[in-house]
Design a protein. Structure first.
Length: 146
């Protein structure tokens, strides 16, 4: 079933989760929906993990996929969307396995302008500033600096 169908079932059953892993369609619009649906069923101290957040080349970030490669799609744009527009969420990306985004509830995060958000989604700008835009941290910082 699609993730939309799965979330419809989950919500109907009133299920909630501590950890939700998103690794689906890889298109910004669908990942945005998957993140929001996940937030709707996430327990208070839960965490969302989003795979494929750090595409190494523009081709890996293509929309749609241009050939058979380890394709990341436009997942990074969804991370930018949530990081820049949701002051109630903490967002970072761990520099491991194509980039694993972490999303959890936390108040008073900074908001960014819509102009910067759109600029941040342009490949050349993103590629130059991805460490700052995605709040990328090393695996060691994740493991040893909670």
């Amino acid at each position: 079933m699609t993730s939309d169908e799965a979330f419809e079932f989950i919500k109907k059953e009133k299920k909630t989760y501590d950890i939700i892993f998103i690794d689906g369609l890889h298109f910004e619009a669908q990942v945005d929906k998957d993140i929001q649906n996940s937030l709707d069923v996430l327990n208070k101290n839960g965490i969302i993990i989003v795979h494929d957040c750090i595409p190494p080349t523009e081709e890996h970030a293509s929309d749609p996929r241009t050939r058979e490669i380890n394709w990341n799609g436009t997942v990074y744009k969804s991370i930018i969307n949530v990081r820049f527009t949701r002051p109630d969420l903490f967002v970072c990306v761990i520099d491991t396995d194509w980039g694993c985004g972490l999303i959890k509830r936390m108040d008073n995060q900074p908001l960014y302008s819509k102009v910067l958000i759109e600029k941040a989604k342009e490949w050349n700008y993103f590629n130059k500033y991805k460490w700052e835009l995605l709040n990328i941290i090393s695996i060691n910082d994740f493991l040893y600096n909670p």
